[in-house]
Design a protein around this ligand. Structure first.
Ligand code: AHR
Length: 502
C-alpha cells in the first residue's frame, strides 16, 4: 500500500478561487453547436431550438463561463453572418475544420443559450482575417445601449437590452501555422494592442485575454509571450494557455504524471508575465486564462477519414475512458493549486467535441467519464484554495521523476463552513493510506466522501451503459481528533467533504 501524509491549515492560503476557473468552451466545430446545444427538431428542444436534455446536463456542471465561437473557427468568422433573420444568414465554407457553416446559431443565439443555462459568454474576436474594426463593431453591437449603428442593429434583431459581455479573447492560437491568418509575435502584438485599445474605448468595463502560445511545445514559447505582452501590457488583463494530453503509448503512470508538465507550463508563463511587468515598471499583474485544457487524442485517426465540406460532421468525438477522468481530475487539482494566478480556465470543450457530454442526433445525451471530476470541482471547489503540505511516496516514469503518488487540492468555502479535499491516487497497482492532519478546523465533521475508481482503466460510458464509470460513496474513511484517515483506491479520483457541525 502507498502512503501519504497531508497537513492542512486554514492560514495556508493560496488565494481566492475565481469562479471563472470552472469555464468551458463551445466552438462552431463538429457537432458542438449543431446536434449538440442546438437541434430544433429534437424532442427536448425549446422554442429557440436548444436541446433541453443538454441544458440540464450543462447545469449539473455549473459552468461559470463558456468561450465562443472558437477556437480555430473564429479566425475566419464574420460575426455579422450569424445575426439577424435566420433565413437570410449565409452558408459558407469554414476553412479551419473544412465544413459548411450554416450560421443558424450566432452571437445573439449563443447569449440566449447562456442565459437559459445560467452561464456567461466569453467571446473571441477574429484576428486572423480581420482586425480592430470588426472587433470594436462587435463590442458596440453587444454592449452599447442604443443610438449607434451596431447597437441599433442589435435592437432591430430583437435584443433591446445590451448583452453586457465582460470577457473577450483577442483571437485564438495566433502562433499556429494551422491558424487562418497566423502571425509572428510582432505582428500579433501590434494588431492585438490596437484591437484591445478600440474595444476598451467602446466599453472600458471589459476584460481582455491576449493569445499566449498555442502550447508549451511551440518553438517560439516563451519568447512569444514576452513579445506580445510587451506590446499589449497596458491594455490586456490575461494571457491564454492551451494544453491537451493523450496516452498514445498506453503508459498510464507516465500519462498520469503529465500534470507536472502542466504545472511547469503555468509557472513559466507566470514568470514571463512578471518579467514584462518589471520591464514596464508596471503595477498590475497579468493573470492567466487557461482557456483550453483537456485530453484529446482518441479521435485523431477517425477525423482524418472524414469527408470535407459537410455540415456538422462528428469531429473530435473523443470517447473518454476511466484513466482520462483521473487525468482530468489531476488537471483540475493543478488549476486549483495555481488559482492565485490562473483566474480563468475552460474545459475544451463542452458537448460532443472533446467533451464531457455526448449526444446522439435526434436521440439521447449522456455523461462521459470526465464529466464527474469537473462536476465535483465546479460544485465544491469554490472559495479559498488552501496550500496542502504533502508528503507522499513517489515514482519515476518515462518522462518524469519524483512523481508523488498523491496529488491533492483543498478548498474552504468563503463562509468558512465547508472544506473539500480533492485527492488523486496515481498508483495503478496499489491503494493508498492518506493521513490528513487538520490543524485549524475545530468542530468540523465528515459530511460525504466520494470516489471514482474502476478496475478497468479503459472503461467508458456509452449509450447502452451510461453509468459504467460513476462516482460512488466511499466508506474507508475516518475523521477523529482532527485527523482524517482514508484508504484511497488504486488509480482513483476522490472528493472528501467536511463541514462545521453547527
Ligand atoms: O479545441 C479544439 C481546437 O484546439 C481549437 O479550435 C484550437 O484553438 C485548438 O487547437
Amino acid at each position: 500500500m502507498k502512503k501519504s501524509r497531508v497537513i492542512l491549515d486554514k492560514d495556508f492560503v493560496i488565494g481566492k478561487v475565481d469562479d471563472r476557473l470552472f469555464g468551458s468552451f463551445i466552438e462552431h466545430l463538429g457537432r458542438a453547436v449543431y446536434g449538440g446545444i442546438y437541434e430544433p427538431d429534437h424532442a427536448t428542444a425549446d422554442e429557440k431550438g436548444f436541446r433541453g436534455d443538454v441544458i440540464e446536463l450543462v447545469k449539473e456542471l455549473n459552468v461559470d463561463i463558456v468561450r465562443y465561437p472558437g477556437g480555430n473557427f473564429v479566425s475566419g468568422y464574420n460575426w455579422e453572418d450569424g445575426v439577424g433573420p435566420k433565413e437570410l444568414r449565409p452558408r459558407k465554407l469554414e476553412l479551419a475544420w473544412r465544413t459548411v457553416e450554416t450560421n443558424q446559431v450566432g452571437t445573439d443565439d449563443f447569449v440566449d443559450w447562456c442565459n437559459k443555462v445560467g452561464t456567461k459568454p466569453m467571446l473571441a474576436v477574429n484576428l486572423g482575417t480581420r482586425g480592430p474594426d470588426e472587433a470594436r463593431n462587435l463590442v458596440e453591437y453587444c454592449n452599447h445601449k442604443s443610438g449607434s449603428y451596431y447597437s441599433d442593429m442589435r435592437i432591430k434583431n430583437g435584443y433591446k437590452e445590451p448583452h453586457g459581455i465582460k470577457l473577450w479573447c483577442l483571437g485564438n492560437e495566433m502562433d499556429g501555422p494551422w491558424q487562418i491568418g497566423m502571425k509572428t509575435a510582432e505582428e500579433y502584438g501590434r494588431i492585438a494592442v490596437e484591437t484591445a485599445k478600440v474595444m476598451k474605448w467602446v466599453d472600458p468595463s471589459i476584460e481582455l485575454v491576449a493569445c499566449g502560445s498555442s502550447g508549451s511545445g511551440m518553438a517560439t514559447f516563451p519568447q512569444w509571450e514576452a513579445t506580445i505582452l510587451e506590446h499589449t501590457y497596458d491594455y490586456v488583463d490575461y494571457v491564454s494557455l492551451h494544453t491537451y494530453y493523450g496516452n498514445r503509448d498506453g503508459d498510464t503512470p507516465n500519462y498520469l504524471a503529465r500534470t507536472l508538465d502542466m504545472d511547469n507550463f503555468i509557472k513559466k508563463v507566470i514568470a514571463v508575465c512578471d518579467y514584462v511587468k518589471a520591464k514596464k515598471r508596471g503595477k498590475k499583474n497579468i493573470n492567466l486564462s487557461f482557456d483550453e485544457w483537456n485530453v484529446w487524442y482518441h479521435s485523431n485517426e477517425q477525423d482524418n477519414k472524414l469527408e470535407p465540406w459537410t455540415i456538422a460532421p462528428p469531429q473530435l468525438e473523443d470517447i473518454y475512458n476511466f484513466e482520462d477522468a483521473v487525468l482530468v481530475g489531476l488537471m483540475l487539482i493543478t488549476l486549483l493549486n495555481n488559482s492565485d494566478r490562473v483566474k480563468i480556465a475552460c474545459l475544451a470543450q463542452l458537448v460532443n467535441v472533446i467533451a464531457p457530454i455526448i449526444t446522439e442526433n435526434g436521440g439521447a445525451a449522456w455523461r462521459q467519464t470526465i464529466f464527474y471530476p469537473f462536476m465535483h470541482a465546479s460544485n465544491y471547489g469554490r472559495g479559498i484554495a488552501l496550500n496542502p503540505i504533502i508528503q507522499s511516496d513517489k515514482y519515476d516514469s518515462k518522462e518524469f521523476t519524483d512523481v508523488p503518488y498523491l496529488d491533492t487540492a483543498v478548498v474552504l468555502s468563503e463562509d468558512g463552513e465547508d472544506l473539500t479535499i480533492f485527492a488523486v491516487n496515481r498508483s495503478v497497482d496499489d491503494s493508498m493510506l492518506m493521513e490528513c492532519e487538520l490543524r485549524s478546523f475545530p468542530g468540523f465533521v465528515l459530511k460525504e466522501a466520494l470516489t471514482l475508481a474502476n478496475d478497468d482503466k479503459n472503461a467508458v460510458n456509452d449509450k447502452l451503459n451510461p453509468n459504467r464509470v460513476v462516482p460512488v460513496k466511499f466508506e474507508q474513511i475516518e475523521f477523529k481528533d482532527n485527523k482524517l484517515t482514508a484508504k484511497l483506491p488504486k488509480m482513483s479520483w476522490n472528493v472528501i467533504r467536511l463541514n462545521k457541525n453547527n
